[in-house]
Design a binder for this molecule. Structure first.
Ligand SMILES: [Zn+2]
Length: 91
């Protein structure tokens, strides 16, 4: 990442290890029972909620997640939050 990151982007990027071969950003924080990264994050209404790491990454680096969509990893790695590996999936 060469361009300046926002505080939220930096917080996420500081919580990953980047794999050399796949360029996956492997989440180093909390992991849910289903094997996905997760973190506590302040919401727009100032409440703190547990959100999935890939959703937080998508919002921070790409944009809003439309209603009825989930963020999934194209690379198949549940702990990966590289925005280039994320895609939206209709629920
Ligand atoms: Zn990946």
């Amino acid at each position: 990442m060469k361009q300046e990151m926002t505080a939220q982007q930096k917080q996420l990027y500081d919580s990953v290890i980047v794999l050399d071969d796949s360029a996956c950003w492997i989440w180093q924080g909390q992991v849910s029972n289903s094997g996905y990264g997760r973190l506590k994050q302040m919401q727009e209404d100032k409440t703190v909620q547990m959100v999935s790491a890939q959703s937080a990454s998508y919002r921070a680096f790409i944009g809003a997640i439309p209603d009825g969509s989930l963020v999934k990893q194209q690379c198949g790695n549940r702990l990966c939050i590289n925005p280039a590996h994320l895609e939206l999936m209709k629920v």
